[in-house]
Design a binder for this molecule. Structure first.
Ligand code: SF4
Length: 329
């Protein structure tokens, strides 16, 4: 049972827009990608029509989640511009964009900072052993390149979400080392808002032939992560990948306090439908946990935003506060 100081579990009312599923990497556990040239890019007109419908649905976060175009591809500039334009469109329509588009250059991150309240990139696992297995054909998964992204996010003061993928061939010590690396970078830049612990959950498209990460191990990993990570970093778990109410509650007891973006579809794990807000509330409330919406930027980072981002964020902070007051009346 929670105590009165920690009885809140958060989630982000979100919708995911995918600029393109094409990706030049081939991670063997991937259930998202298509080969380059095989999936049409999301047009601004198509995105606008989706966003118009979302305006009446209390969705605050637009997650821009994209496969990667090779840095040296002639399409790269056009790909980046499409992502930027989609963020700008979402922001202009009152939403709070959060982009995760894989590996970016410093200049690309700097530009996206102007149209995103936060950004993200999973570290997954830092052990180089995976470069011989699941990441053999995934140049973007070089550990030093991914760590560099977190450094740049810190230098640019971009509130950042990262995380671990569990059950892709790592050892427990590999996990603790990856968490320690996140902790070290956060102590330098104070920019990591949350760490996702994502259990590998086999899907229809992947070629990686391994069982799902055993959810019974997740509370132990969460408890250890809670010891390694600074207290101001929230631990997030995806509830659709912990397919048992009891274990979901065990994960929360162990220290997870966020359930991530709840949207109509989990684009990364399309075989595992999201549990929607009301169903989550029904699991949590009877044992004393209150499920509350949050924004894709945590409050301690609000003063890192400027201009239009600051205005949009303030609007949503008021909106969330008012909806809580209305609920209590
Ligand atoms: S997991 Fe990400 S980087 Fe790897 S192939 Fe899939 S979309 Fe590309």
């Amino acid at each position: 049972m929670p105590n009165s100081h920690s009885s809140t579990v958060t989630y982000s009312p979100a919708y995911t827009i995918v600029p393109t599923y094409e990706c030049f990497n081939r991670c063997t556990y991937c259930n998202f990608r298509t080969s380059p040239g095989q999936s049409p890019w999301m047009t601004l007109a198509a995105a606008e029509s989706i966003l118009l419908q979302l305006q009446s649905q209390k969705v605050s976060e637009i997650l821009i989640l994209s496969g990667e175009v090779h840095p040296h591809s002639p399409q790269r500039q056009q790909w980046f511009q499409r992502i930027y334009d989609l963020c700008e469109l979402a922001l202009g329509m009152g939403f709070l964009p959060h982009t995760n588009a894989g590996i970016l250059t410093f200049a690309e991150m700097q530009k996206l900072k102007n149209v995103n309240v936060s950004m993200g990139l999973m570290l997954e696992q830092l052990t180089p052993a995976l470069l011989q297995t699941v990441h053999r054909h995934a140049p973007s998964k070089l550990p030093e390149i991914r760590l560099q992204q977190l450094v740049w996010a810190g230098e640019l003061q971009i509130p950042f979400t990262t995380g671990l993928l569990l059950g892709i061939g790592e050892t427990k010590d590999d996990c603790w080392e990856t968490l320690a690396a996140i902790s070290d970078l956060h102590q330098r830049y104070h920019h990591i808002q949350e760490v996702i612990l994502q259990p590998h959950s086999p899907g229809n498209q992947q070629t990686f032939d391994a069982a799902a990460f055993d959810p019974h191990q997740l509370p132990e990993v969460i408890a250890k992560a809670r010891q390694i990570l600074p207290p101001d970093i929230t631990i997030q778990i995806p509830p659709n990948l912990v397919q048992d109410d009891g274990w979901l509650l065990a994960c929360i007891e162990a220290g997870a306090r966020d359930l991530g973006g709840i949207s109509p579809k989990d684009e990364v794990n399309p075989d595992y439908p999201h549990i929607q807000e009301q169903a989550l509330r029904e699991i949590l409330q009877p044992v004393g946990w209150e499920l509350v919406p949050r924004l894709p930027i945590y409050p301690q980072f609000d003063n890192w935003l400027t201009g239009e981002l600051q205005t949009a964020m303030k609007h949503w902070r008021t909106n969330i506060r008012d909806s809580k007051i209305v609920k209590k009346l």
